[in-house]
Design a protein around this ligand. Structure first.
Ligand code: FES
Ligand SMILES: [Fe+2]
Length: 329
């Protein structure tokens, strides 16, 4: 499990002073806003008798356990044990682990490694510019797939499936017998030009316009930030963004947004792009949920690979290295 990463947990509007429980890599966390609106995150269970703190309440900056009313500040320190009648001898092990959380673009993000004292205050997810600029309009969405996180991420790096899984849309009219795709790697990024596996007109009637400088491209920032950029000519473009949160071994939450930098005020275009994306993702979901073994083997000899699997093989190797490095820290 990769703990040192930012995972989206909900859309910003959904997080209030009512505590919310989320599960990442099988571990439960509780998130809430304090009364100033700041996002707080920590272990979901009370260090006293293990009560679920998402059933609790927030007062000021404190989270109050519903069982015996112990209070915890945003750093996880227990500040009060009511049954001690005001005697401030809080047990030493009464603190909860807390975690970094922030709001960026449309989502609340959680960093699942324990809080680091040396963490730079500006540390936050390294999102794509299209998600943070006022020149883009964005429509967020969410989906749950019953598949392993790495299998799900690999599916969006795999372009040779397009003519088979999406014959009416992203793979329409594509000859599957081609070489490619073209891709480039840096330490934690993969950049793919999906042609010739994808047509230049993926979303009729909105037509993509590829030129020498503006080509449809997929970018992955490992481990879990993905975008596809489709140029529309004259600097116009449409994007679909996805980020993946590994909840349990076989449950991955997907938070996404469709975005464009033209015709910003067109609910019809928003709806068109969103329903197209949901349709395509629904086709992928049925395939990816069927994969066995559920978790991808890190021993690459246990599956057969060909040249067009280059991006997914590199992603899997990247994840294996990342896991090894984390486990040695
Ligand atoms: S279980 Fe939380 S205060 Fe007792
Ligand atoms: Fe697909």
């Amino acid at each position: 499990m990769i703990r040192g990463a930012w995972y989206a947990v909900t859309q910003r509007d959904n997080l209030t002073t009512k505590p919310m429980k989320v599960t990442i890599h099988g571990q439960d966390y509780v998130l809430y806003r304090d009364e100033k609106g700041m996002v707080c995150a920590g272990d979901a269970y009370c260090p006293h008798r293990g009560c679920d703190l998402s059933l609790g309440t927030v007062e000021g900056a404190e989270l109050i356990c519903p069982f015996h009313g112990w209070r915890f500040d945003r750093d996880g320190r227990c500040t009060r044990v009511p049954a001690n009648r005001g005697v401030w001898d809080v047990p030493k092990n009464a603190a909860r682990a807390t975690y970094e959380a922030c709001e960026k673009a449309e989502w609340v993000w959680l960093y699942t490694a324990p809080k680091r004292v040396d963490m730079d205050a500006s540390t936050e997810p390294d999102l794509f510019p299209e998600l943070c600029s006022d020149n883009w309009t964005r429509t967020p969405f969410r989906a749950t797939w019953h598949a392993h996180f790495v299998r799900v991420v690999e599916s969006v790096l795999d372009v040779s499936h397009l003519p088979f899984v999406h014959p009416q849309t992203t793979g329409a009219g594509v000859n599957p017998e081609v070489d490619g795709p073209e891709y480039a790697l840096t330490s934690n990024r993969i950049l793919i030009h999906p042609k010739p596996f994808a047509p230049v007109h993926p979303m009729e009637p909105v037509e993509a316009v590829e030129t020498e400088d503006e080509r449809t491209e997929i970018e992955l920032r490992a481990p879990n930030l993905w975008i596809i950029r489709t140029p529309m000519g004259d600097g116009n473009a449409m994007c679909t963004f996805l980020t993946f949160t590994p909840c349990e071994t076989q449950t991955t939450e997907i938070f996404g947004a469709v975005a464009r930098n033209f015709d910003m005020d067109s609910p019809l275009l928003d709806e068109f792009h969103l329903s197209h994306t949901r349709f395509v993702m629904g086709q992928d979901q049925a395939i990816i949920e069927s994969i066995r073994p559920v978790a991808p083997p890190y021993d690459l000899h246990r599956e057969a690979h060909v040249r067009s699997d280059g991006p997914t093989v590199h992603y899997r190797a990247m994840m294996r290295t990342w896991l090894e490095e984390e486990s040695l820290r």
